[in-house]
Design a protein around this ligand. Structure first.
Ligand code: ADP
Ligand code: MG
Length: 257
């Protein structure tokens, strides 16, 4: 696209009963960019990811990916080039690292878990090529034992594996929901390196965290959400210095109009 925006959301609104989770949110992500999405608990960060990925319907607004309408079921959006990870890792713990990565690759090609399972049964999992490629991708991203069971990984490794699995979809844009949550220092370092690799490969990344610190060291731009609205957008430095940031995180209020 002329302006370089890969993912664009305009006027996004979402209500849950009486709760306005998102209220007129505009957001855009470019190729090879990490966009930090920060805000306190309940700000609407996960909801934004849910409506972008198709896990939830939006009530207002439009979404495009590389200029094409982004709509329909999550699998359809995955095929259009969107991948996500979850606040709580969703891996098949009884499958190996390489096999979990393979499920990511298959997810971009199949319309359902059933279809994916069928093609696995048809032998995809047993083809050396697929497994080797996935093992190599995992190793490139810092997981160098492809035969380990996902259930036996540390939380940090599980989160890296989720990123690798998303990367195996070869998405245009990857959405990461609190990838550092609960990880120890080693895990955090590994996840950060994985995210840098994803950026280096030219994918757009939306990185959610409730704290600005980790996001600031990775993101080119930061969007601050509060009560479902974008209250600040700028570089991490600008965000850290803003009165909106202080108001949201340390109280004191700001002009919300
Ligand atoms: N599935 C849901 N059903 C009802 N309310 C929800 C649901 N998901 C989120 N909410 C509400 O929407 C608001 C935003 O939540 P969420 O997007 O999870 O915030 P964040 O990820 O920034 O912590 C909160 O008030 C939350 O309680
Ligand atoms: Mg959340």
């Amino acid at each position: 696209m002329a302006d370089g925006a890969l993912l664009r959301g305009t006027g996004i609104g979402k209500r849950y009963g009486g709760v306005t989770a998102l209220d007129g949110v505009d957001v855009e992500v470019r190729a090879g960019e990490v966009l930090g999405l920060i805000g306190p608990n309940g700000a609407g960060k996960t909801t934004l990811m849910d409506v972008v990925s198709g896990a939830q319907d939006l009530d207002a607004g439009t979404l495009t990916l590389a200029g094409r309408p982004l709509a329909g079921a999550p699998w359809r959006r995955a095929r259009l080039g969107l991948a996500r990870t979850f606040q709580h890792p969703q891996l098949a713990s009884e499958l190996t690292v390489a096999e979990n990565v393979l499920t990511g690759r298959l997810a971009a090609r199949h319309s359902s878990v059933r279809g994916m399972a069928a093609s696995m049964l048809r032998g995809l999992l047993s083809t050396a090529t697929g497994r080797d490629e996935c093992a190599r991708l995992a190793a490139d991203m810092g997981l160098d034992d492809p035969g380990r069971l996902a259930g036996e990984l540390t939380l940090g490794e599980k989160r890296v594996l989720e990123v690798v699995r998303a990367l195996a979809q070869d998405p245009q844009v990857m959405l990461l929901d609190e990838p550092f949550a609960g990880a120890d220092a080693t895990g955090i370092a590994a996840i950060m390196e994985a995210i840098r690799t994803v950026r280096r490969r030219g994918h757009g990344v939306v990185l959610i965290d409730h704290s600005v610190d980790l996001v600031a060291s990775l993101a080119e731009r930061v969007v601050l959400l509060d009560s479902g609205r974008v209250v600040f957008e700028g570089t991490p430095e600008e965000c850290l210095a803003s009165s909106e940031m202080r108001a949201v995180y340390f109280g004191g209020g700001y002009d919300r109009t």
